[in-house]
Design a protein around this ligand. Structure first.
Ligand SMILES: *Cc1c(COP(=O)(O)O)cnc(C)c1O
Length: 372
């Protein structure tokens, strides 16, 4: 691997194969796999990741917003794509690009039917979302009758699946609550099937649901974070490989005398003869200011260098007083040895946040493209 000479996000597609196969190994052979590629495939690159997963015969994709689905269609992705959080403004775009909306409220159902009828659609696939306890998006159980009566009055849409989302599938202290959500989902699905005399697919589990609740895989699972190498627990992290490594380089080293300060607002004061290194990555690249003032670190020549002072828009300064290094040396922000989850813990956040924060300014490099 050539050393990074600028800030890059290296994406190892063989690690993606590994994670996909590991998660699939947790499923029954007939259970379908939906890959969640929202937010640029969790900060990596939605087009390259979707192309690769399509080659691996993934069954479905999901994005959060319509625009993300349009990007995938424009790149030639033909696998079905669900849009988890559409707005009525996007409904025509959704139909024009063969995207499949999550229908989460009576208002959204009415509006989508209107658009589908205006576009002369027949049996356009939709996915009905139920709220079983997360209280974010979804119909109440009591909404079933309204949904079914609306559907009976139009040939334009057809329910392809019913789904819900778990609130705390990674948290073993919340076993009872998660089981309650599973029970509510089972009840809602049974009632819907009976009243509508149809049998849509059912799906409930995200990554942690897949590993912790094998009894709730239903017809399909929806995995995001696991594909990218994080399992929300030390045990599952060991079974998965982070696909992305964020790397940079030392631009300049400064010798700093006692009582000199470093960076904006003079937020760091040297306690003796010290050495700082300036790295070309800042809050505009995804290194939130929370990582400043010693809360985060980078790794240089195998040693941890704390971020000192405030994070700038385009740069950070790190303390390399005890590190043998020179200008041009490679800097690791996270990789498979120094996991993004370690960095996020030091700043009291989660892996999801640090990986999705890597901005589009950072160049993406793909490794092991041909292995599949
Ligand atoms: C983001 C999302 C997922 C994926 O969750 P992970 O924890 O990343 O596996 C699944 N379902 C819905 C509805 C989501 O919004």
């Amino acid at each position: 691997m050539p050393k990074a000479q600028e800030t890059v996000l290296e994406i190892d597609l063989s690690a993606l194969n590994h994670n996909f196969n590991y998660l699939k190994s947790k499923l029954q052979p007939q259970t379908k796999f939906l890959a969640v590629v929202k937010a640029f495939a969790y900060g990596s690159d939605s087009v390259e990741i979707a192309k690769h997963l399509q080659k691996l015969n993934v069954d479905y994709f999901a994005v959060a917003y319509a625009k993300e689905g349009v990007t995938l269609r424009d790149a030639g992705i033909t696998t079905p794509i669900m849009v988890l959080h559409p707005q009525p403004l996007n409904f025509k775009t959704i139909i024009d690009h063969c995207l499949e909306p999550s229908i989460y409220s009576p208002h959204i159902l009415n509006e989508f039917i209107k658009t589908a009828e205006a576009q002369s659609q027949k049996n356009y696939p939709i996915h009905i979302k139920f709220n079983t306890g997360l209280n974010r998006l979804g119909f109440k159980e009591s909404g079933i009758d309204t949904i079914i009566s609306k559907l009976k009055n139009t040939p334009s849409v057809k329910v392809k699946s019913l789904f819900s989302h778990l609130a705390a599938s990674e948290d073993t202290n919340e076993l009872d609550f998660t089981r309650l959500q599973i029970e509510r989902f089972n009840r809602v699905a049974e009632m819907f099937e009976k009243k509508s005399d149809t049998k849509p697919w059912l799906h409930l589990c995200n990554t942690s649901g897949v590993v912790n609740y094998p009894e709730a895989h239903f017809d399909m699972v929806r995995c995001g974070i696991g594909l990218y190498g994080f399992g929300n627990s030390a045990k599952e992290d060991n079974n998965l490989k982070p696909i992305a490594s964020l790397k940079s380089v030392i631009s300049q080293i400064h010798e700093i005398e006692k009582d000199e300060t470093v960076g904006y607002n003079r937020a760091y004061t040297s306690t003796g003869n010290e050495k700082s290194a300036t790295i070309p990555i800042g809050h505009a690249d995804g290194i939130n200011r929370i990582y400043g003032k010693g809360n985060g670190f980078v790794v240089i020549n195998g040693k941890k260098a704390p971020i000192i002072g405030n994070v700038c828009m385009d740069m950070i300064m790190v303390n390399v007083s005890n590190i043998d290094c020179k200008e041009g040396d490679e800097v690791i922000i996270f990789n498979s040895d120094y996991r993004a989850s370690n960095l996020s813990e030091s700043a009291k956040t989660i892996s999801y946040e640090i990986i999705t924060a890597v901005s589009q300014r950072v160049k993406r490099i793909f490794l092991n493209e041909t292995q599949s």
